[in-house]
Design a protein around this ligand. Structure first.
Ligand SMILES: [Zn+2]
Ligand SMILES: [Zn+2]
Length: 280
């Protein structure tokens, strides 16, 4: 498998001279498993992935949404392959919200917010609901299959965490989830023995508590800290931890420092950086 980070930022894109190394695009991670193209979230990083895919069209993509907050869907109206006939896009998601995934994606493209409607996109689109007790098995070519399993996290309006298992290797994508007093047993179970755990580490403990001088407490906002990321990685016996969904106020040096501190708790840990590919 291959895991490529196209957008690693949370909440809102944060371009500028202070975020050049880590990147300013919002959540989007590409996972390749055999011949399968899996995409996790459609933040602004999805636009860059779309540019890369232009040379290999027609494509079939499986796009899994953790949830439909802006920073996870905003790249979709700029995903070039969605405009090209012959491409097939399977879209997965759905939470306990008032609208379906399709209605929400269409809603952000409604007039007067966007000039082109979802139904004007020429690619074939298929929408699928996600359920905790219904893993999704997808053919990955050469008689192999990848299994995608989901679990609920803790976030306003709900969120899904996803795990991909393929030929004895595994990666988990768990963003936009808040920790509580005990390490979330649902996420520990999903992450059990995982090779790469990509996890929401938006804040330092001081930022989360509101003592960092960067605003008030972030308790209840639905995000986690690098300390809690390390706790989950240890509890689940994960092999490698990737800190994800960096707060837009964190400069390159702040993310680097967050990574340094996290490594004292869980040595095999990297902060996610845009454009980086991990092989497993
Ligand atoms: Zn987010
Ligand atoms: Zn969110």
């Amino acid at each position: 498998m291959q895991v490529t980070f196209w957008g690693v930022r949370g909440s809102i894109p944060s371009p500028g001279p202070d975020t050049v190394t880590v990147g300013g695009n919002t959540s989007c991670v590409e996972v390749r498993a055999g011949s399968l193209l899996l995409i996790f979230d459609g933040g602004t990083g999805l636009r860059l992935l779309g540019k890369k895919l232009a040379s290999s069209m027609p494509i079939t993509a499986h796009l899994f949404f953790s949830h439909v907050h802006w920073d996870h869907i905003q790249g979709f109206p700029f995903f070039d392959p969605a405009f090209v006939a012959g491409n097939v896009i399977h879209l997965y998601g759905g939470n306990n919200v008032s609208r379906t995934l399709e209605e929400t994606l269409a809603g952000q493209m409604d007039h007067p917010n966007f000039p082109v409607h979802l139904t004007d996109m020429a690619a074939q689109m298929h929408f699928h609901d996600v359920a905790e007790d219904r893993p999704i098995s997808l053919s990955a070519g050469n008689d192999s299959t990848a299994l995608i399993t989901a679990a609920r996290g803790n976030h306003p309006n709900g969120v899904w965490a996803y795990r991909v298992d393929y030929e004895g290797k595994s990666v988990m994508y768990a963003t936009d989830t808040e920790h509580y007093a005990v390490v979330d047993p649902r996420l520990v179970k999903l992450a059990s023995g995982v090779d790469i755990l990509v996890y929401d580490a938006q804040y330092t403990p001081e930022e989360y508590a509101g003592t960092a001088g960067t605003g008030g407490s972030k308790v209840g906002w639905g995000h986690s800290t690098f300390e809690e990321a390390a706790k989950l990685a240890i509890a689940a016996n994960a092999k490698k931890l990737v800190l994800f969904h960096h707060d837009p106020m964190q400069s390159d040096s702040a993310v680097h420092e967050k990574e340094r501190r996290a490594r004292t708790l869980f040595p095999l840990c990297d902060a996610a950086r845009e454009g980086v590919t991990l092989h497993l």
